[in-house]
Write a protein that binds this ligand. Structure first.
Ligand SMILES: Nc1ncnc2c1ncn2[C@@H]1O[C@H](COP(=O)(O)OP(=O)(O)OP(=O)(O)O)[C@@H](O)[C@H]1O
Ligand SMILES: [Mg+2]
Length: 863
C-alpha cells in the first residue's frame, strides 16, 4: 500500500490547520487517519508520491480522497459557524481559498492569483500559474489546489444561499445594488475557478460516482445486485461522458451548485436540450437521506424514461438523464423560476415593500396598495395543470416552492399563458433540521406533515400551492403561516379557499369544497380530474372577487377617495353584496347539476346578506328622508306636514325636537355604518342548516340583523310622532348596539377558541387575533356608555336634569366622533378581518364535525 500521497495530504492539511483553515473536527479526524496509518506500521517507510503497486496506489488514492472529502464535508455552512471556526467574516476567510482576480500580467491568458497563507501560497500559485509543476510533491499540491477550488465553489454557494435565505415572493424585496454586485462577484469567482482545468478535474474525481458501499465489499456482483450495479454503471458512464473542462456556473442553489454541462466531443447527445449538472454540496451530501434521494432521483422522477409514450405525456418535470449520490444530470428547463419572474417583473410598489426593519405601518389615509390579486389567474391554473400531470403519474413534488418551479412567462404586458415545470422534486431533507440555525423562507411552503418527517402525498403539494397563492399576491405573510389579513379584508371568498388549502392537517384540506374530492384519481362523469375541478373552484371564487370589487382589483386609491370610502355610511357594501349575489346566481345557472346543488347554498347565502345589506341601507335612507325635512320644518322652512305629525311636533318642545333630530340621525348613521362596514358579509347562518355553534350563532345572528332595523324603527316614529321620547330611543338604540357587540364578540370568540382547541390550525389562538382583541375592547366602553345613557335618560325624564340640548349634543358628539369615525370607520377594517377569521373558523369547525373528518377524503361527499 502506498501512503506517500496520503502523507502529503496530511502535511497540506496540517499546513491548512496552522493557518486556521481547518476546523478542530477535521484536524482530529485527520489525526485519526494518521493513527490508522501508523497502526499499519508503514508510515515512515514510504516517501511521498512513490508508486509501488497499482492496488496499493488505488488504496492510497482512496485515502487521499477521504482526507479531502473530510475537508469539504466539514465546510462551515454559514457565516456564524464560519466565524466561530475560522475567526473571521465569511467573505474574508473564503477569499483565502479563492482566486483573487487576475494576478498575472504579461503574455498569455490572465491567471488568478491566490491568497493562501504561507508556504502553500507559493506552491499553489506556482501550480496554478503554470510555472511547474515539476516534482511529485508539487503534483500533489496541484491536486490540493484544485480541491481547494472545489472547496471555494462550495463556500461561494453557501455564501450565496445565506444571502438569499430570507428572500420570498411575498415581500419581493429586490436585491440591492451591493447584493447584486456581490452576486456578480461570486459568479465571476465561480466561473474563474471552473475555467481552471485542474478544478474541473478535481470536480470529476471528487464527484465521481463511487461503487455503492454494499457492492464494494463483494468480489463480484451477484444476480440480486444486478439492478443496482447496472444503475451504478449507467451513472458512471454518464459521468465519464461529461466534459469537465467546459463546466460553467448555471446557478447557485441552496444545498447544491448547478452547472451548465456539456458532453465530451464525439459523445452523441441523447437530448436536444442543454444540460445542467446539479452537484450537491458535500457537507449536505454526507447526510444519508440526501445522498440516497439524490442517488435514486433519476429512477424516482424519470420512471417514464424507458417508456417513450409516458415520457411524451409528462411535461411538467424536466427530463433526468442520470443521478448518483452527489449529483443529478438533467435537462435545463427554459425560463426563469417563479421566484425570479415575480420578483423581477412584478415588484411591489417601492413604498409598500418591507424594509429590513419590517413593514412600516401605512397611515390611515395614505393610498392603499392592494394585493396583486390580478396575478393569480396567471399563476394558479398552469400550476394546477402541472400538478395534475404530476399527481396523475403518482408522483408528488414534496418541495414545491417558487424556486423549484421554472416558468416560461411572456413579458409582463403580454397576456399569453404561463407554462410551469417542476425541478428539484422530493422532500427537502433540511426541513425540520437546523443545519444553520436560521429558518429559510422555503420552509414556509412545506406542509407541516413534511416538516414532521411523514410520508408526503399530493395533499402536501396543496398546502404549498396555498402558500404560493399568498406569496403571489405580494402581501406580507403572517408569521404563523395563516392567511394574511389582506385576504380577509378584501376577499373572504378567496380567504376561505386559501384556508382550505393551507390547513395544517392534510385530512382537512379541501374540506369546504367537497366538489373537488380527493386529489388523486377520481375523474368525474364529465371527465374532469380533481385538479380541473379545483381549478374551476378557483376560477369561480376569483370571479366572485372580481365581480364584488366591480372589476377594480388593483386600484391604487388616492387619499381623498380613500377618505370618502372610509367615511361613507354604507361603505359600498350593498352594491358589493348585490354584485356578489348576481355573480353567484350566474355561476349556479352555468354549472352542471351536482355543483348546482352546492352553489345553491352560496346563492341563498348571498341573497340573505344582500337583502339585509339593502335593508340596513334603506333604513338609513328612511331616517334621513324623515329627519332632514322635519329639521328644515323646525327651522321654519314651509314644508307641509300631515295633521297627525304636525300636531305631534307642536306638542313637543323645540329642545326635544332638536335633540330627537340630532340623536336620531347620529344613531341611525352609526347603525348603518356598524352593519355595513363590519357585518354586511358575515353570517353564522347557512341556508338549510341551523346557525353554526348553535345558540350563540343564533343569538349573534339575531342581534346583528335586528340592530340594522331597530334604530330605524325607533328614529322614524319618535321623530314623527313623539320627539320627547328621544331619551328612551337613545337608550334602546345604544343597548341594541351593545348587544350586537356582546353577542357578536362572544360568538366569534367561541368559534375561534373551539376551532383552535379542535386543532384547526387555520385560525390562531383568539388572543392572537388582532381584530378580535380590538373588538373585545369595544365592549367595556360600550357598556359604560349604555349605563350613562340610561341614567341620563332617567334623570331627564324625572326632570332632575334640565339641559336637554347639552345632553343631546354630548350623545351626538360621542356617536359621531367615537362610534362613527373612530370605531366604525378607522377601526372597522381590523375588526372585520378578525371577525371574518372567527366566522370562517366556526364554519370550518362545523364542517369538520359534520364530515367527521379524520381521513383525507371528501370523496364520499363527491357529487
Ligand atoms: N433543470 C433545471 N433547469 C433550469 N434551472 C434549474 C434546473 N435545476 C436547477 N435550476 C436552477 O437552479 C436553482 C437551484 O436548483 P435546485 O432547486 O435544484 O437546488 P437547491 O439546492 O434545492 O436550491 P434552492 O433551495 O434554491 O431550491 C433553481 O432555483 C433554478 O433556478
Ligand atoms: Mg430547490
Amino acid at each position: 500500500m502506498q501512503f506517500g500521497i496520503m502523507e502529503s495530504v496530511i502535511s497540506i492539511a496540517a499546513d491548512f490547520g496552522r493557518h486556521g483553515l481547518l476546523t478542530h473536527e477535521i484536524r482530529s479526524r485527520i489525526g485519526e487517519l494518521e493513527n490508522e496509518v501508523e497502526a499499519a506500521g508503514r508510515m515512515a517507510t514510504v516517501l511521498p508520491g512513490e508508486r509501488r503497486d497499482s492496488a496499493g496506489d488505488a488504496g492510497a488514492r482512496d485515502h487521499v480522497e477521504t482526507g479531502w472529502r473530510l475537508v469539504l464535508e466539514s465546510a462551515p455552512l454559514d457565516s456564524h459557524s464560519y466565524g466561530v471556526t475560522y475567526g473571521g467574516p465569511f467573505e474574508e476567510v473564503s477569499a483565502r481559498v479563492m482566486p483573487s482576480g487576475p494576478a498575472q500580467t504579461g503574455p498569455g491568458p490572465a491567471r488568478p492569483g491566490w491568497e493562501l497563507p504561507g508556504r502553500l501560497t507559493a506552491l499553489v500559485h506556482r501550480v496554478l500559474t503554470g510555472r511547474g509543476p515539476a516534482s511529485r510533491a508539487e503534483r500533489s499540491v496541484e491536486q490540493a489546489a484544485a480541491r481547494l477550488g472545489v472547496l471555494a465553489l462550495t463556500l461561494l454557494t453557501l455564501q450565496d444561499a445565506e444571502a438569499r435565505q430570507h428572500l420570498d415572493i411575498a415581500t419581493r424585496v429586490r436585491v440591492d445594488r451591493n447584493a447584486a454586485k456581490a452576486l456578480e462577484e461570486r459568479e465571476a469567482h465561480a466561473n474563474l475557478l471552473l475555467s481552471l482545468p485542474a478544478v474541473g478535474e478535481a470536480l470529476r474525481i471528487m464527484y465521481r460516482p463511487p461503487l455503492p458501499e454494499r457492492l464494494a465489499h463483494k468480489p463480484r456482483p451477484g444476480e440480486e445486485d444486478a439492478e443496482e450495479y447496472a444503475s451504478y454503471e449507467r451513472s458512471l458512464e454518464a459521468w465519464e461522458d461529461l466534459d469537465f473542462g467546459r463546466m460553467r456556473l448555471f446557478r447557485f442553489g441552496t444545498t447544491s451548485v448547478i452547472l451548465s454541462a456539456h458532453l465530451r466531443d464525439g459523445v452523441p447527445s441523447r437530448s436536444a436540450h442543454p444540460l445542467v449538472l446539479k452537484c450537491v454540496l458535500l457537507p449536505y451530501a454526507q447526510v444519508p437521506a440526501i445522498s440516497q434521494a439524490t442517488f435514486s432521483y433519476q429512477q424516482d422522477y424519470s420512471p417514464w424514461t424507458d417508456s417513450p409514450d409516458a415520457k411524451e405525456s409528462l411535461t411538467s418535470t424536466v427530463e433526468v438523464y442520470a443521478s448518483a449520490c452527489t449529483w443529478i444530470l438533467m435537462e435545463q428547463a427554459a425560463g426563469r423560476t417563479l421566484h425570479d419572474v415575480l420578483t423581477e417583473d412584478y415588484p411591489r410598489p417601492a413604498d409598500d415593500r418591507p424594509t429590513l426593519e419590517g413593514v412600516v405601518p401605512r397611515p390611515l389615509l395614505e393610498p392603499e396598495v392592494r394585493p396583486q390579486f390580478g396575478l393569480l389567474p396567471r399563476v394558479v391554473p398552469p400550476l394546477l395543470k402541472a400538478l395534475d400531470e404530476l399527481h396523475t403519474a403518482n408522483l408528488c413534488h414534496a418541495d414545491l416552492n417558487p424556486r423549484n418551479i421554472v416558468v416560461e412567462a411572456p413579458p409582463p404586458g403580454d397576456a399569453g399563458e404561463w407554462r410551469m415545470r417542476f425541478i428539484d422534486l422530493g422532500r427537502n431533507h433540511l426541513q425540520g433540521r437546523s443545519f444553520t440555525g436560521t429558518q429559510r423562507m422555503d420552509e414556509l411552503y412545506a406542509a407541516p406533515e413534511l416538516r414532521a418527517g411523514e410520508k408526503p402525498d399530493a395533499h402536501a403539494d396543496l398546502y404549498s400551492l396555498g402558500q404560493i397563492i399568498i406569496g403571489t399576491c405580494g402581501i406580507d405573510r403572517n408569521p404563523d403561516g395563516t392567511a394574511p389579513d389582506a385576504f380577509y379584508a378584501v376577499t373572504p371568498t378567496l380567504a376561505r379557499l386559501v384556508e382550505d388549502l393551507i390547513d395544517p392537517a392534510p385530512e382537512r384540506r379541501l374540506l369546504l369544497f367537497p366538489e373537488v374530492g380527493v386529489l388523486v384519481g377520481r375523474h368525474d362523469p364529465r371527465g374532469n380530474s380533481p385538479h380541473q375541478r379545483l381549478q374551476a373552484v378557483f376560477e369561480r371564487e376569483f370571479e366572485a372577487l372580481v365581480t364584488a370589487e366591480g372589476g377594480a382589483l388593483e386600484d391604487e386609491q388616492r387619499r381623498w377617495v380613500r377618505a370618502v370610502r372610509l367615511l361613507a355610511p354604507m361603505a359600498g357594501s350593498p352594491r358589493r353584496q348585490l354584485r356578489l349575489g348576481t355573480c353567484r346566481r350566474r355561476q349556479m345557472v352555468a354549472s352542471p347539476e351536482p355543483e348546482r346543488r352546492l352553489l345553491d347554498r352560496s346563492v341563498k347565502q348571498a341573497d340573505w346578506l344582500t337583502a339585509w345589506s339593502w335593508l340596513s341601507g334603506t333604513m338609513w335612507l328612511v331616517c334621513l328622508v324623515t329627519v332632514v325635512p322635519l329639521s328644515l320644518h323646525d327651522l321654519g322652512v314651509p314644508i307641509p306636514l300631515p295633521d297627525m305629525i304636525g300636531a305631534a311636533q307642536r306638542a313637543s318642545t323645540g329642545a326635544d325636537r332638536l335633540a330627537a333630530r340630532m340623536t336620531g340621525l347620529t344613531f341611525a348613521l352609526c347603525a348603518v355604518k356598524y352593519y355595513q362596514s363590519i357585518y354586511a358579509g358575515l353570517s353564522s347562518r347557512w341556508p338549510g342548516k341551523p346557525p353554526t355553534l348553535g345558540r350563540p350563532g343564533l343569538v349573534a345572528e339575531f342581534w346583528v340583523r335586528a340592530n340594522a332595523l331597530i334604530v330605524g324603527l325607533l328614529v322614524v316614529p319618535i321623530n314623527l310622532f313623539a320627539p320627547r321620547m328621544w331619551t328612551l330611543g337613545s337608550a334602546v338604540g345604544i343597548t341594541s348596539a351593545f348587544c350586537v357587540n356582546h353577542f357578536g364578540y362572544r360568538y366569534a370568540l367561541r368559534g375561534a377558541a373551539q376551532a383552535h382547541e379542535a386543532g384547526i390550525g387555520t385560525v390562531a389562538q383568539p388572543k392572537n387575533i388582532n381584530g378580535l382583541s380590538k373588538y373585545a375592547m369595544w365592549g367595556p366602553s360600550m357598556l359604560i356608555y349604555v349605563v350613562i345613557v340610561w341614567s341620563f335618560s332617567a334623570l331627564l325624564v324625572q326632570g332632575v336634569l334640565l339641559d336637554v340640548i347639552a345632553y343631546a349634543c354630548v350623545v351626538s358628539g360621542i356617536n359621531v366622533g367615537l362610534f362613527y369615525v373612530v370605531k366604525c370607520s378607522a377601526g372597522a377594517r381590523d375588526v372585520r378581518i378578525g371577525l371574518t377569521r372567527c366566522y370562517l373558523a366556526a364554519e370550518r369547525l362545523e364542517a369538520c364535525s359534520a364530515d367527521g373528518r379524520a381521513a383525507p377524503s371528501s370523496a364520499d361527499s363527491l357529487p
